[in-house]
Design a protein around this ligand. Sequence first.
Ligand SMILES: NC(=O)C[C@H](N)C(=O)O
Length: 310
Amino acid sequence: MLPVVVVHGGAGHIPKERTEESTIGVKEAARTGYAILQRGGSAVDAVVEAVALMETNPRFNAGRGSVLNIKGEVEMDALVMDGRTLDSGAVSAVRRIANPVQLARLVMEKTKHLCLTAEGASKFARSMGVPEVPEESLITDYAKMRWKKNLEPDANPVECQMGKMGTVGAVAVDMDGNIACATSTGGMINKMEGRVGDTPCVGCGGYADNKIGAVSPTGHGEAIMKVTLSRLVLFHMEQGKTPEEASDLALAYMKERVDGLGGVVVVDHNGTWAARFSSLQMSWAAAQQGKLHFGLFHGDHFTEPVEEHT
Ligand SMILES: NC(=O)C[C@H](N)C(=O)O
């Protein structure tokens, strides 16, 4: 059953013209993570590289392609967690960084803190030699269009949010049984300046523990934080539920308790995995035992050999 990697490209309602690219993006990310694991790489390497690839892909709401805040700027959150030690690293409201997940990893490995924010995170990036990129290079025409549309007086904010959720995340178990998770996002469209969502908060935007498993979520950040969604899924697994049962219980609780929608990718320490969501769609892909699994709508479960490139 090991190694295994499962990724998501965000829960929500993905506009029809973007569904194919979203599926291609998650499949590429799962293949990238799996290749690292097959070479004997660590779960942390696999999740960070899978997420970094989706940050670079402008189709997702992370890195380049992030949604814009109310001022039309990109402010990003990211988290990585190592299930061996429970060490984690995060950045929040960080600007002009191409791959926030790699900066989060540096926070985990090079500081004694768990999260750096805004200007402090930028200073740390400079001190680590991480280049600052022009803001414009992170902003796509699509993100600008959604931002403008949402500022119109008759805008339907719910429709606009759901059209571009696209947060990215990954969970993995490597050949040594070590487990990790990573998540990265531009957050919610037209969010207030300085808004920090679930993604960089341990237990909300991800959790990994070698003794149980790992979770990376997506969805309405405020709802995810209210129920500490990632830790809630793992709690149910500790109580003996399978990753699928635990995900469904936690997502149902979030819907019923705080009216929140979202999705999760989950693994346990044996390599049993799940990709579950309460939103209309979530693009996801998993790689295990030479097979690539993927889907987008409820009930989808397609497979193909990992080697086959599309
Ligand atoms: N699309 C998302 O998953 C958004 C993210 N959870 C946030 O609220 O920042």
